[in-house]
Write a protein that binds this ligand. Structure first.
Ligand SMILES: [Zn+2]
Length: 382
């Protein structure tokens, strides 16, 4: 299949270059930790309102939504980029630029993708373009960490099986994520008798027991099916009272991940068996608190996903001149894919340092990103 952007679109994108940089800056400065995207959402809502879009609204999960409807169609194509960042700051975030880079926490992930998507949709609005199926724009919340994909869950809830395909823009344009890494995250707390380190020597110690449990968890041999990738990790450990106290309580954050449904299920089985065996053989109580569940993909038929991936790769490579790879990841796509809706995650910039305060985006990648995004979106407009 041949794709392309006409001269008028290219001209618009070139003319919108400085406006795009300004929009990235404006958005970057507004802090938006997961669950606290209110100010960013309000800014985006007002931005669309000023363009004369009456239907723009914010839903209960703080997603900003704009529907582009055409009659007689129940098939919705969703384009989305997330508003939240990993930074907990509630005050204004710093932003700077030089000739080569834009610098800000969250500038690439996901603010540049979001700003570019907005500028592309602005073209549709200014030119009154009609979509050839229903198109939904979203600036969604809660993609990062313990946001637990709340934003995309809400969108899939609201529109249900009307959504036919999902494109999320998140990351650099050298990769397309079309395989979902699911994850289960837990806080495991061990409690036992404890006591005085000298007088009660010999009593059970929660830290010692938890350490023993961690060793059991690390005895896991990860399941392998074909090319599947499965991992596990202990991330944070805490507990105890003082150097001369036998610890009564200690806890750990533990996760496992996989890109394959069956492997994720067998990791769950291993985890539950390990905990129950440990309880049988040790004098303690263990509480397991689920702190995050991201499902794997569960597509019955991947022919549409294949087409979406091929197009995304072809378009990315055409404008960037760089090789674009298929990869697996944990993104907003996990939710539609777990519901059987084909979803891919693609990128619209080049940069460094995602999830650090030193993050930066190459200015010369922005126009490339605009073109890639425009070609993906405008294919659904007449
Ligand atoms: Zn992101």
């Amino acid at each position: 299949m041949e794709y392309g952007l006409n001269k008028e679109v290219i001209q618009y994108l070139e003319d919108s270059f400085e406006e795009t940089l300004q929009l990235i800056e404006d958005l970057c400065r507004i802090s938006a930790p997961s669950g606290y995207e209110d100010k960013r959402a309000a800014f985006i809502c007002e931005w669309f309102s000023k363009l004369g879009v009456n239907s723009v609204h914010i839903d209960e999960a703080k997603n900003v939504l704009v529907e582009f409807d055409c009659s007689n169609s129940n098939d919705i194509i969703l384009f989305t980029a997330h508003t939240d960042t990993v930074f907990p700051d509630l005050d204004e975030l710093p932003f700077s630029r030089d000739e080569e880079y834009l610098y800000a926490p969250g500038v690439g992930d996901d603010t540049t993708c979001l700003a570019i998507l907005m500028i592309v949709f602005k073209y549709c609005i200014l030119n009154n373009l009609t979509p050839n199926c229903n198109v939904l724009f979203a600036a969604n919340s809660c993609e990062e960490g313990l946001g637990n994909l709340k934003g995309i869950k809400q969108i899939m809830n609201t529109y249900g099986d009307r959504i036919r395909e999902v494109y999320t823009f998140d990351g650099q344009y050298v990769a397309v994520v079309n395989k979902c890494v699911g994850s289960h995250r837990y806080k495991i707390t061990v409690e036992t008798e404890g006591g005085h380190s000298f007088r009660d020597f010999g009593n059970n110690n929660a830290i010692a027991l938890l350490s023993k449990l961690i060793c059991k968890l690390y005895k896991c041999e990860v399941p392998v099916i074909d090319e599947s990738i499965t991992t596990y990790n202990v991330g944070i450990i805490e507990g105890g009272t003082s150097v001369n106290t036998i610890a009564q309580k200690a806890s750990v954050l533990y996760e496992y991940r996989s890109d394959t449904v069956e492997c994720l299920a067998s990791m769950k089985e291993f985890f539950e068996n390990t905990i129950s065996k440990f309880l049988e053989n040790n004098k303690c109580t263990i509480s397991v608190e689920e702190i995050g569940i991201r499902p794997c993909g569960n597509l019955k038929d991947d022919s549409i996903l294949r087409n979406m991936t091929q197009k995304a790769i072809a378009v990315s490579e055409k404008y960037s001149g760089l090789k674009c790879y298929e990869t697996s990841g944990s993104t907003d796509c996990n939710i539609p894919m777990s519901l059987g809706v084909p979803a891919i995650c693609m990128g619209s910039y080049l940069g460094h340092g995602e999830h650090t305060r030193e993050e930066k985006v190459r200015i010369d990648s922005i126009l490339v990103g605009l073109k890639i995004t425009a070609e993906m979106v405008l294919g659904y407009f007449d």
